[in-house]
Design a binder for this molecule. Structure first.
Ligand code: MRU
Length: 370
């Protein structure tokens, strides 16, 4: 795909240094910040310097390694306790996107499997494993696992691009909400991956980006990355989705996902469910792009997904020179909402396009009994 992607990936891991594109400074400035401590990373995730479910997962995986890399504990057990504590702390930064806990759990499991393997090998040889060597190699295992999570996300997004493109036709008008593009993932994006692929293949799509209040991911990020890639994009306010659909300008809606429950209900950026309901009214297909790392079969339905609540100041203060609401006004600022599975025409994953019934077909994706 387009070489531009190498320039604007959100997470870089270079010479053992973790660099994150500070997305709060886009579109004005393209600045990478270095993460050196767990507090740096917690803050970067909480403040959405790194954001988008898959990108958060990749950053957390590398970040966990970076935060424990220089520890010099006396025993592997002490090291393992530090790793678990750091993972729990990082996991508390944002609750809804499952990729955060998924990636951290995977890192902790890698460590535990490695340490169990060492004990088994030592027992077989009748000796004891050297603690310093164990700690050294478990750090290596963590670094490699983070790299695998990163590479797998690149491959998953690429595959979702191909599968997604089978649902789209040249010349289509496509509406998207929030940012599920290249800077929300390791590379390429989830729902924007087919848009980039199609662009390379001359599909000539017309994109409409909801601005996505209150944090303006659509305005600041989606319209920036699409415009930069030379894709035709029109920015609209969130409350204009209905009129562009009524005008006949939208042939498909594509969005990402932060956590999909076992029944196919999908939590995504606040406002997504309204777009899905509108799409149904206008007879427009609504596609949710969900890598398997974002599907959480242990959550039964959307009602069980914890929705992040954020500061009210994001609504009336953060992006404005002066307050846009009277002092002391009450606010309600949920960062996500859940789109009921009945509004989702298809779920695009890296393993293929999944159609209803989702409670059956999502489980099949994981090779589970239904
Ligand atoms: O609060 P954000 O910006 O992290 O929310 C991001 C979204 O809702 C995305 O649509 C979702 O994470 C999918 S990203 C491929």
């Amino acid at each position: 795909m387009n070489r531009n992607f190498d320039e604007i990936v959100p997470v870089r891991f270079v010479e053992d240094r973790l660099l994150l594109l500070d997305q709060t400074r886009l579109p004005g400035e393209e600045v990478y910040i270095e993460i050196q401590t767990k507090e740096d990373l917690w803050d970067a995730i909480y403040k959405l310097k790194v954001r988008g479910a898959p990108a958060i997962g990749v950053a957390a995986a590398y970040g966990l390694y970076v935060c424990v890399r220089d520890l010099e504990p006396d025993s592997a057990e002490e090291f393992a306790a530090e790793v678990r504590q750091t993972a729990d702390y990082l996991n508390s930064s944002r609750p809804t996107a499952v990729n955060l806990s998924w990636a951290l759990k995977r890192m902790v499991k890698t460590m535990e499997d490695y340490l169990t393997g060492c004990e088994d090998a030592a027992a077989q040889s009748g000796g004891t494993a050297d603690e310093e060597r164990k700690i050294h190699w478990v750090k290596e295992a963590l670094r490699m696992e983070a790299g695998k999570i990163h590479d797998e996300d690149v491959a998953a997004c690429r595959a979702m691009g191909e599968y997604g493109l089978t649902l789209l036709k040249p010349g289509m008008g496509i509406l998207t909400h929030c940012n599920a593009g290249t800077i929300a993932t390791a590379k390429y994006g989830t729902c924007l991956a087919p848009v980039y692929l199609g662009h390379e293949r001359g599909y000539n799509f017309h994109l409409y980006a909801d601005e996505t209040r209150p944090l303006l991911q659509g305005a600041r990020l989606t319209s920036w990355e699409l415009q930069r890639a030379g894709i035709d994009v029109t920015l609209i306010c969130d409350n204009m989705a209905s009129i562009v659909m009524k005008n006949g300008w939208i042939d498909a809606v594509v969005v990402g996902c932060d956590r999909m429950a076992a029944n196919g209900d999908g939590a995504n950026k606040i406002g997504t469910s309204g777009v899905a309901i509108l799409a149904k009214e206008y007879g427009i297909p609504f596609y949710m792009f969900v890598p398997t790392s974002t599907i959480d079969l242990s959550t039964a339905t959307g009602d069980d997904i914890v929705i992040e609540q954020r500061e009210g100041e994001e609504i009336y203060k953060m992006w404005y020179e002066k307050d846009m609401a009277p002092a002391g006004v009450k606010t309600y600022n949920p960062a996500f909402d859940v789109t009921d599975h009945k509004y989702i025409t298809a779920v695009v994953t890296e393993k293929g396009v999944v159609r209803p019934p989702y409670d059956v077909n999502l489980r099949k994706l994981f090779g589970k009994e239904v």
